[in-house]
Design a binder for this molecule. Structure first.
Ligand code: SF4
Length: 681
């Protein structure tokens, strides 16, 4: 590795901004050992380690040496772009070994040739703007090689008709599709099969993992090793894909596609129209019958009584994608026009029966149109998922509902993914490398190992090249009220005003809640002379761009700005965090995880809440120091860092910077001979 990363190595010769990074070499050597010894590895590599090159070089060597593919999975689009547009092309220039890399994104990023041709003659557009945008997309589809919508950078991010023309698996005809050969998904897969390194995101990786060995097969080609970067996110993403979901949008899409079926027989057409109207009516009644969070947005636990009683009609025998068959229950072929005798006429039953009628009618067609099979498959899956969620009998899952915009999402998520990950990932793939800037708490990896079921793995914390003692100062206000007290909001605003005056703006103010963020913004913005921006007033990209280009700006934001945001230089010189970022205990998944730990005899606070909040806090603070020349102030307003026993664990987990409670000292961090006297706890 010295020959590549060392002072006179290949990278030093080719890279104008080369810096010698001992932590990078240590990490690269550890990754090499993991590949050679077919072991798993956990590496915490803070900003400035150069971790992407530290795992890419060994991954490329392993893939070229053995001919076995390596998958690299990222949590954010930024990192995926960095790998594909910067790091991999650089290594293709520099390394003697020739290798191929391909990116695979979720199917809904790609256009579906079959659907877009069909949409050309169908009413999927809602306004004149959309007609223009659709024409542009249609012209682009006819000449693009990838079909990846990222190429449409001049069109708005949200195109309402895109979901009617994307290549989602639900609507795919597979090998029966007349456009199977030129299909963008077929081409993407071919590029991946030919590649040594495949770059994906966590959503695609875990969607594939949940399907692997299942009824519908996998998405990714086989691989010998995987590197999960930004691995602190994977518990949540895995929960999403090992669960079940039914949404109002799925029903809308299904009915729309039923309406688009090209049928010769008028009577069948009329029958399907009747069934669709029935599904719509019963679906509306079903969604209205769900009381949780009515009139609000957010995530709500589904109460057992809200899920109806003994919903069994048409209940399939197995789990699609988990190795079971679908639609084979004892009642699968029954006439589903009315709720069965003896079954309470709850909205769920009427809804399920209407779906069953659709499924059996389409399945019985002697010469079904090409799209009918995928509609039958989707309907079965929908009924299975709905039944699973409404029944709610599997104690290993938490059942919940999310209201977002005009959509309602019903979900079942596994409470503990460790067993699933052990079975499907750690015991199947010889080398899994987990890395992130934040994986440890209090200097160990117990939390991440426990949450992910990773018993057998080497571990290391890569040395940072940043000199936190001289580059950063941690400011803890001398006196703050309890964050739950009525005095908190005003005291927090006063502290923010003092701090941003000391740092001349140039600050992120990160809150743990939207209401906390808005409150701080309203109290602070009129009192300071620096331009203020607030999350929600423009897109994230637009806000970041304004922040970067506006001198002395202050940006108020919540958790979505805590990760994957990179502002280098003095434009961002201060990060203020209002409260310790404990996960919200009313969130149904968090509550279920905490309950589960308590039931096992553990302490959910010390084993889950504290380490999880430490990792979140480190993510937020990680926005500040992005290069060896950055300097900055980290401020945490929450007094519990000093007053509670667990506060020490948080402090021990932060980079070893100096601590002060004197706001007048803050401006000195930007002086060359910076030396703040420690007044730490
Ligand atoms: S194979 Fe599937 S995704 Fe590809 S064009 Fe056909 S329907 Fe669309």
């Amino acid at each position: 590795m010295q020959e590549i990363f060392g002072h006179d190595g290949l990278i030093a010769k080719a890279h104008p901004e080369y810096e010698h990074r001992p932590g990078q070499i240590q990490m690269a050597e550890a990754v090499v050992r993991a590949f050679e010894q077919r072991r798993h590895l956990i590496v915490e590599a803070g900003t400035g380690t150069g971790k992407t090159l530290a795992y890419l070089v060994p991954a490329i060597a392993a893939a070229c040496g053995s001919g076995a593919r390596v998958v690299i999975s990222t949590g954010t689009k930024n990192l995926q772009e960095q790998l594909m547009e910067k790091d991999i092309p650089f290594l293709q220039e520099v390394l003697p070994a020739k290798f191929r890399a391909a990116v695979m994104k979720g199917r809904n990023n790609y256009a579906c040739l079959h659907r877009i041709k069909r949409a050309d003659s169908m009413p999927v557009l809602e306004g004149l703007d959309e007609v223009d945008h659709f024409d542009e997309v249609f012209r682009w589809v006819m000449q693009t090689n990838t079909g990846d919508r990222a190429e449409l950078s001049n069109l708005p991010e949200h195109l309402p008709f895109w979901r009617h023309i994307d290549a989602r698996s639900d609507t795919c005809l597979g090998q029966q599709c007349p456009d199977f050969e030129p299909c963008f998904i077929t081409r993407m897969r071919q590029r991946a099969i030919d590649a040594d390194i495949i770059v994906v995101n966590h959503h695609l990786f875990f969607a594939d993992l949940a399907l692997r060995n299942g009824a519908y097969g996998s998405v990714l080609p086989d691989y010998a090793a995987v590197i999960l970067d930004e691995a602190h996110q994977i518990e949540d993403v895995a929960s999403e894909y090992f669960g079940a979901q039914v949404s109002t949008y799925q029903i809308d899409d299904l009915l729309r596609d039923v309406g688009a079926l090209k049928l010769e027989d008028r009577e069948t057409e009329r029958e399907l129209a009747r069934i669709s109207a029935r599904i719509q009516r019963f679906a509306d009644a079903f969604w209205i019958s769900l009381r949780e969070g009515r009139g609000l947005e957010g995530r709500f636990a589904l109460a057992p009584q809200a899920r109806g009683s003994s919903p069994t009609p048409g209940s399939p025998a197995g789990q699609p994608g988990w190795g079971g068959a679908v639609g084979e229950g004892p009642d699968a072929g029954m006439d589903a026009g009315e709720p069965p005798a003896g079954m309470p006429a709850l909205p769920y039953h009427a809804f399920d029966n209407a779906l069953n009628r659709l499924e059996t009618t389409l399945a019985a067609m002697p010469e079904p149109p090409a799209d009918a099979e995928s509609i039958v498959r989707r309907t079965r899956q929908l009924r299975f998922d709905l039944n699973f969620i409404i029944k709610g009998e599997d104690k290993k899952f938490v059942y919940w509902l999310e209201r977002r915009g005009r959509g309602v999402f019903l979900r079942a998520s596994p409470i503990d993914v460790s067993g699933l990950l052990q079975d499907k990932l750690f015991e199947k793939v010889p080398t899994v490398v987990l890395t992130s800037a934040t994986l440890s708490s209090a200097g160990n990896f117990n939390f991440i190992r426990e949450r992910l079921g990773l018993d057998q793995a080497e571990e290391m914390i890569a040395e940072s090249i940043f000199d936190f003692e001289h580059q950063a100062v941690l400011y803890l206000p001398p006196q703050m009220p309890d964050p739950r007290s009525p005095q908190w909001a005003s005291a927090a605003a006063q502290e923010v005003i003092k701090i941003v005056n000391a740092t001349v703006g140039r600050a992120f103010v990160l809150s743990t809640s939207l209401s906390g963020m808005n409150d701080l913004f309203e109290r602070v913005a009129p009192e300071i002379d620096y331009p203020c921006f607030v999350q929600g007033s423009a897109s994230k990209g637009a806000l970041l761009s304004k922040f970067r280009t506006t001198p002395n700006a202050v940006l108020f934001a919540t958790s979505s700005f805590w990760q994957g945001v990179d502002v280098r230089g003095e434009q961002l010189s201060c990060v203020i965090i209002d409260k310790l970022p404990f996960a919200v205990p009313s969130d149904p998944i968090v509550a279920a995880r905490q309950r589960y730990i308590e039931e096992q005899g553990g302490s959910s606070f010390y084993e889950y809440s504290v380490p999880q909040a430490i990792i979140s806090l480190k993510q937020g603070l990680g926005r500040l120091i992005r290069s060896t020349t950055d300097r900055g102030v980290l401020a945490v307003l929450d007094p519990r860092l000093r007053t509670k026993m667990y506060g020490q664990t948080f402090l021990q987990s932060l980079p070893p910077c100096r601590v002060t409670s004197d706001v007048d000292e803050l401006s000195r961090v930007f002086e060359l001979d910076f030396s703040v006297q420690s007044t730490g706890p």
